[in-house]
Write a protein that binds this ligand. Structure first.
Ligand SMILES: [Zn+2]
Ligand SMILES: [Zn+2]
Length: 314
């Protein structure tokens, strides 16, 4: 029922999977790949090999707003005239990114994270240079989670799994006991969890992982890497990874107060490119937010607005 097509990505991830599902009339394409000519050509020939024309794609569903998933969506919508389906929260967040030409609270995050101004500027340039500009989407159907989509020979249930992005969705086929997991559950790599102001994204993500535990799933088809079994073991491993990361942070700040930037330098001692320093700082900020809300750490704001954290003694 689900045909997966692997597309090339010019970043470290190397590839992204998109999925083709037959409808009573035509097909649903799940995710679109990156906005490169190479990616487009690979997708177009994979569809042609299956006898699928662009106009046969009646629905385009996007699991979340990241560039490796939505990059080609505008081009595909134009070629196919397909209906666009996307979660409400990611539609709203994408609109925010488009309006602000990037993360609207970027400067704030860099300041509280204690990232030196020059490096923060270099990091932002790297982000813009490595990624196409965001553009708003106006879906024909916005999802909230809980919807059942009819496909040929079965259904796909939409599961709202916020955390990796505010509106990430997974799709579950009860007939085939298969989960299309997007970037929510991945094997061998852990999805990036980024800090958002006044939200506890790590807690949200961990709750979305727990949500999948009761499902009867024989096969998980992720967006990156090969399909795998035993989703419960992978979920356990992912939750443990975040617990360990919290533990490492606590060790680092046991005696000396540290900012998110200082923690990033300490924890990625091999050094990171300006591009990757972004993801690391936002990930550390998400972990600090999580531990702060659980009363494990205390903060001190420095004169430049940077927040340094120390472990609370119980
Ligand atoms: Zn993603
Ligand atoms: Zn991805």
């Amino acid at each position: 029922m689900i045909q997966t097509i692997t597309l090339p990505v010019p970043w470290e991830l190397k590839s992204v999977n998109v999925h083709l599902v037959e409808l009573d009339e035509g097909f649903m394409l799940i995710d679109s790949g990156v906005a490169t000519e190479e990616c487009f050509q690979v997708l177009e020939s994979a569809l042609a090999e299956r006898g699928v024309k662009w106009t046969d794609v009646r629905t385009l569903l996007l699991t979340h707003y990241h560039p490796d998933h939505i990059g080609l969506s505008w081009r595909i919508l134009e070629l196919s005239g397909a209906r666009l389906v996307m979660h409400r929260a990611d539609v709203a967040y994408l609109a925010e990114l488009t309006r602000g030409n990037g993360v609207p609270y970027y400067a704030h995050a860099m300041r509280i994270g204690g990232v030196p101004t020059e490096l923060a500027e270099e990091m932002e340039r790297a982000l813009r240079g490595n990624r196409p500009a965001f553009r708003t989407h106006h879906p024909h159907q916005t999802l909230d989670g809980g919807e059942t989509l009819a496909v040929r020979g079965g259904t796909l249930q939409v599961i709202s799994t916020p955390g990796h992005t505010p509106g990430h969705v997974c799709l579950y086929s009860p007939e085939h006991r298969t989960l299309i997991s997007g970037d929510h559950v991945l094997q061998n790599i852990t999805p990036n969890i980024a800090w958002h102001p006044s939200q506890d994204m790590l807690a949200t993500y961990l709750a979305s992982l727990d949500l999948l535990l009761p499902y009867e799933i024989d096969l998980v088809i992720p967006s990156h890497g090969a399909p795998f079994e035993d989703h419960r073991a992978v979920i356990r491993g992912t939750a443990e990874h975040h617990e360990e990361r919290c533990g490492t942070i606590l060790e680092h700040i046991a005696r000396t107060p540290m900012t998110a930037h200082e923690l990033t330098l300490a924890m990625w001692s091999r050094g990171l490119s300006a591009f990757h320093h972004n993801f690391a700082v936002f990930e550390i900020l998400a972990h600090l937010e999580y531990m702060s809300r659980r009363g494990q750490i205390a903060s001190q704001t420095r004169s430049d607005g940077a927040i340094a954290w120390t472990r609370k003694l119980d």
